[in-house]
Design a binder for this molecule. Structure first.
Ligand code: NAP
Ligand code: GLV
Length: 312
């Protein structure tokens, strides 16, 4: 009897070998193979994917679960032929959470200390001394209080920021008050620095638009480390150009890589990072994925098991 197969699909073939070898090392009872090397789709028991091509998953009739190489599952849900009875396991793990804490702390501090304006003054050789309020007087709002939103909120709280979170349930975290969905306007009205860490779903697509951005306090700034499609780009640009918004730090974009002629690249009030807030690496991510597959095989609880419900 041949070993069951784990099919690996990712758009970057240069990253495939490291992932395949790491997963194979942790899962010796399986054959881990790139999708192009699989001749018998019936042998595939798990598919480990990032942005799988449309119809790929539907082509594996004996699949037990799909594993997203990342926290988001919108790239799986984007497959209109996805067989929704197949569960999806998200990959998170401590390194991902730690990296996101660092990214959010770095950029919130940078916005809080008005570092983009300080750097612009340096470029003009201007001695622009600014009195910045302490973090305790800076209100930060986090859209999405899941794994990453909660972790970011706790890190910012430890730095002294006045942090609040917004989610469906309105759940808070230690010392961080939560606002439920129906209090979005109130939440936005208090958020001088707004951080987006929502999953991309039909309900959250375009959530950062003219109406919502307009409810932020004057000269508020935003940090989007979730998905590009959370933002209506033209509305963001209009908010920056009118002066209502002071800065935007964007890690994710509607089109990635960000096209070379996109106005974000050169906009003085935009900081672009190339979807690196919390990249997953084969060494630590491979172990998390293997542990999740082993737990699923053994019928144990897998905390990050979810489903595509087409609300996604
Ligand atoms: P998660 O654990 O699934 O958290 C979801 C949070 O969003 C929960 O608080 C949930 O509220 C809230 N939420 C969902 N739909 C909502 C809605 N319609 N209205 C209000 N709140 C809503 O997600 P996560 O693991 O923290 O990850 C968040 C996202 O970060 C991922 O989906 C991915 O897109 C992004 N990400 C980016 C990078 C990067 O490098 N840039 C890396 C990793 C992840 P309830 O709990 O009340 O339902
Ligand atoms: C990265 O964007 C992820 O979803 O893990």
């Amino acid at each position: 009897m041949p070993d069951p197969v784990i099919a690996l699909s990712m758009p970057r073939p240069d990253r495939m070998i490291a992932w395949r070898d790491e997963l194979q090392r942790h899962l010796p009872g399986f054959r881990v193979a790139g999708t192009d090397d699989i001749t018998d789709p019936e042998t595939v028991r798990y598919a480990v994917v990032w942005k799988p091509p449309t119809g790929l998953i539907a082509g594996y009739p004996n699949l037990r679960a799909v594993v997203s190489i990342g926290a988001g599952i919108d790239h799986v849900a984007a497959d209109s032929r996805y067989p929704t009875h197949v569960p999806v396991i998200k990959t998170i793990g401590p390194n991902m959470t730690q990296r996101m804490r660092e990214y959010i702390a770095l950029h919130v501090l940078r916005h809080h200390r008005e570092q983009p304006a300080v750097a612009a003054a340096q470029a003009r050789r201007e001695w622009d001394q600014r009195v910045i309020p302490p973090a305790t007087r800076r209100r930060v709002g986090i859209l999405g209080m899941g794994h990453l939103g909660r972790a970011a909120a706790q890190t910012l709280r430890a730095l002294g920021f006045d942090v609040a979170g917004w989610s469906r349930s309105g759940a808070g975290a230690d010392g961080v008050p939560g606002y439920a969905q129906d209090r979005l306007d109130e939440f936005l009205g208090r958020s001088e620095i707004l951080v987006c860490l929502l999953p991309l779903t039909d309900d959250t697509r375009g959530i950062l638009n003219a109406a919502t951005l307009g409810k932020l306090p004057k000269e508020a700034s935003i940090i989007n480390a979730a998905r590009g499609d959370h933002v209506i780009e033209d509305d963001l640009l209009a908010g920056l150009e009118s002066g209502h918004l002071s800065h935007a730090t964007l890690d994710v974009f509607a089109t990635e890589p960000l096209p070379r002629d996109h106005p974000f690249w050169t906009h003085p009030k935009v900081t672009v990072t190339p979807h690196v807030a919390s990249l997953i690496d084969p060494a630590s991510g491979g172990r998390v994925i293997a542990d999740n597959i082993k737990a699923f095989e053994a019928g144990q609880h897998v905390p990050d098991l979810t489903r595509i419900d087409r609300g996604y």
